[in-house]
Structures are given as structure tokens and as C-alpha cells.
Design a protein around this ligand. Sequence first.
Ligand code: PBG
Length: 337
Amino acid sequence: MTGRTIVDDITGSRRMRRNRKADWTRRLVQENRLTADDLIWPVFVVPGTNVVDPVAAMPGVNRMSVDKLVEAAKEAADLGIPALATFPNIEMSLRDETGSHCLAADNLINEATRAIKKAVPNIGVITDVALDPFTSHGHDGVLRGDVIVNDETVELVARAAVIQADAGSDIISPSEMMDGRVGAIRRALDEAGHQNVGIMSYATKFASAFYGPYRDAIGTGGLLKGDKKTYYIDPANGTEAMRDAALDVEEGADMLMVKPGLPYLDICWRMKEAFSLPVFAYQVSGEYSQIKAAAMNGWIDGERVMLETLLAFKRAGCDGVLTYFAMDVARHLAKKA
Ligand code: PBG
């Protein structure tokens, strides 16, 4: 067929497919790109040496002892990954009602920070100050009766933040969703002379079912009594999430995080539009495991789905993503370059 067609009449000669016609045009018009610079790698630390212990519900993810973690951190830095986020699996005998072991200068998370910063100074270390790895009940704060008490938890978390910064943490990442925590941590850090230590707030952390495999990884799954609905945000509420994030911005957060990731892309977009701050999504354990499980069954192409989800975060306005795929992606990108 030659000459004008009925479609030319309908579209007035606009054809979207012209820009999609070849690999080179598609590359030319590509709006978002994923690079190693976008990746934060969450890692699980266990006591001991020479331990690499697979997390059953997260194929490809291991709990590592500090020595192994240091090796992995070197590899991550060589692949261009800017930062790690560390999560400790604390011995049960050290967990108590108030999570008091979070204040030990030589606890596992601080030991990991010191070792990584010493061996691999050019990788960023982001540490969470929530109490859940340290409490005997798996909640993120101090449990009194059946209440997670806000202000007492904030006090502890702010002290833990200073101790984490003393150990060399570059960014404190409070995930326990207590009111006032960002401001309290900022004040405590400044008073201790840690003006250069940043705060990446889990500004909008939702009471989600997607955290299941993580709780297995750090050994809190069996412990948790009840749920976290009195402090995490209801998945139904976008406006409330924005208000919570606005408070964190006022209190001095340097970066904002949305968690979980893919089911909350609308929140990522709204936060990026509303605040002039870097926004990160946390592609959480359940999101990772879903993709892995389907890929292992041959139901989806795991690598392509992984890359598509991460690109979707970029399109939604995120400056980067915390993802258990970080090493896989970085290796894939290095191969392509
Ligand atoms: C708790 C915390 C959670 C995650 C990291 N820190 C959620 C929870 O257990 O309630 C989830 C991470 C993931 O699922 O990958 N402070």
C-alpha cells in the first residue's frame, strides 16, 4: 500500500511508532536509565566468622558474618554501588523488652560498620535505628503493656543513632515510624558533633504484608506479637503518608524513602513532586521473593522483570532504590558496558 491511508486521516499524520522503529531511535528517546549509581544494597549480618547462610525465602540472598560482608562490600564498591544498608540478626540472648542492646557500641551492626568503613572507605554505610533486631517481641520500639511507647523509643533511637555514627555510619535511617524521631536524631547527632551524618527517613513506611521474608532473615518473624499498625501507615492512605513525610522534611531529613516500593509508586511520585529532596524506594523482601519464585518456576524472565521494576522506580521519580537485586543488577550493567 502506498500513499495516505485512513490512519493518516485519523491521526492527522501523528505516528507514535516512528520513534520506536529501531533500536537506535529507542535508545535516543529513552527517558530514564538505570545505573549502578542508583543502587543501595541491603545486607544481613550475623555473628561469627566465615558464615554465608542463605535466607530460605529469598533465593540468592545470604546472611553474612562481618568478614564475609567486608568482602562483599569490596565487590559492591568495585561494581560502582554507592552504599550498603545493614541489618543485623542479633543473638536471641541479647534481645530484650526494650531493645537495650541497640546502645552497645560493639554490637553487631556497629561492628559491621567499623569493619566496612575500615576496609572499604569509599562505600557508604546506611544504618537503621529501629529496635526490631534487638527486641524480644520483634516490634520496632519499646513495648509497655501492649503499647509501643513513642517518646521513650525516640529517646533510645536518638542515642542509638549517635552510637552508630560514632562507629562510622554515614547515614542514619530510622524505620520505626515514631513521631518526632527525625528531629530528635538530628539534634542528638549535631550535639555529638556528627553534623555530616545524614538522615534518610523511612518517611512513608506502610503496614505491609511484603516484609515477611525479611523477618525470617533477621529472626523476628516468629517473635512478633500482633502487628505494626499502630505505628506504620495504613496502605489505604496516601494523603496521610504525605503529611508524615512533610513532618520529616521539617524535622531535617536529608533524604526520603518509600517502603515497600512497587505497590507504592504513586507515593514516590507525589513525594518527588512535593519536596525538593532525594527520594528512594525500598523494594522490600516480599517484592524480591515474588520475582525470584516466579522466575525459578519459569513463569517470568526474572532478569527482565528485575530490570523493569527498577526502571519503573526511576520513571516514578526515585533517585535510587534499595534492592536485594543490587549486585545482580550491577553485574548485569557492568557486562553491558
Ligand atoms: C523494621 C524493618 C522492616 C524492614 C526493614 N526494617 C519491616 C518490618 O519487619 O516490619 C523490611 C525490609 C524488607 O522486607 O525487605 N524496622
